[in-house]
Design a protein around this ligand. Structure first.
Ligand SMILES: NC(=O)c1ccc[n+]([C@@H]2O[C@H](COP(=O)([O-])OP(=O)(O)OC[C@H]3O[C@@H](n4cnc5c(N)ncnc54)[C@H](OP(=O)(O)O)[C@@H]3O)[C@@H](O)[C@H]2O)c1
Length: 284
């Protein structure tokens, strides 16, 4: 077992879409693991896994979970990040694998306010002497889950910029790259933008979900104003504007497919058809 893995690895957010695959993969590899959630409940994690309650916005709550941990996988939260960094340093954590965002290094979205949190959290670790390896998905396939309630309720979907092309990455591939980092791979190997295998329009992604369901899902195009109104129901106006700008950028052809997943894992990333089949029950 590599030196890094002498001590247990803590997986924070171990019930999250990415975190649960990180936990499962490390367990399959026989790596000693701990899991945390903000409010863990009995039966949420596999038997034998040591479970901690830990909240990134409350650094004092991290002390028991970090104490004795060799590596920590964690999500990017700006609130309280300086305390998180200090707690990791004081506990002697040897490596933090941070779920960040490809937008941090993407030429046309690096300045988008929606990526501010990831930029600031990366910077807080980079300015410390806690070794950090950022994992940078560009567009998670799980974004499509936001369409599920409308598809279930109406059978159709209203979309802004349905022709926008992105290469959504399966959360299992993101987790596999995070595990490569947790088991020794260097930032230079794993911190490139993570994407799926090919670019696909939003309309094409909806069609893939339709194929998984065995039905056709009609798509209606939303105007910019209507999209801003819709996004503003779940987020601040400035974040809604940032999301709309993200789709403008993708529609302008600026959301690439990269080879990072293949380079790290030695096999091609999972396609969106497979993601849709894996999640078909969410759309029923
Ligand atoms: N959407 C995209 O296209 C995209 C692109 C790049 C990067 N990202 C980043 O990817 C991440 C989303 O990953 P995901 O799909 O796995 O998310 P998810 O399924 O929503 O899970 C989020 C996890 O974070 C944990 N969490 C939330 N607040 C926390 C806190 N204060 N302290 C400790 N843990 C906390 C939750 O744990 P409990 O609730 O169990 O405590 C949960 O397990 C986000 O950080 C997002 O910014 C997204």
């Amino acid at each position: 077992m590599p030196d890094l893995l002498r001590k247990p690895t803590l997986v924070m957010g171990a019930r999250g879409s990415v975190g649960k695959f990180v936990l499962r993969r490390l367990l399959d590899k026989g790596v000693p693991v701990r899991a945390s959630a903000r409010r863990p409940r009995p039966g949420q994690f596999p038997d034998g896994v040591e479970v901690f309650a830990a909240d990134l916005t409350d650094p004092a709550s991290l002390v028991p979970a970090f104490d004795g941990a060799g590596q920590v996988f964690l999500y990017a939260h700006r609130e309280g990040v300086d305390g998180v960094v200090e707690t990791a340093r004081a506990a002697g954590v040897e490596r933090v694998v941070l779920l960040s965002s490809g937008s941090v290094i993407h030429p046309t979205s690096a300045g988008n306010p929606i990526t501010r949190e990831h930029r600031e959290v990366e910077a807080a670790f980079a300015d410390s002497d806690v070794p950090v390896v950022p994992i940078r998905p560009l567009v998670l396939a799980t974004n499509a889950l936001r369409w599920a309630s409308e598809i279930r309720a109406t059978g159709g979907l209203e979309l802004y910029r349905p022709q926008a092309m992105t290469a959504p990455v399966h959360e299992r591939d993101v987790a596999a790259v995070a595990c490569a980092a947790l088991t020794g791979a260097a930032a230079s190997e794993v911190s490139g933008m993570l994407t799926g295998p090919v670019r696909l329009s939003l309309r094409g992604q909806v069609a893939a979900i339709g194929r998984a369901l065995g039905t056709e899902i009609p798509v209606t195009e939303l105007s910019r104003e209507a999209a801003l109104r819709a996004f503003s129901q779940d987020m601040s106006d400035s974040d809604a504007e940032a999301v709309v700008r993200f789709f403008d950028d993708a529609a302008a052809g600026n959301s690439p497919a990269t080879s990072t997943v293949q380079d790290v894992l030695g096999y091609p990333p999972t396609g969106f058809d497979t993601w849709a089949a894996d999640h078909v029950d969410d759309f029923r």
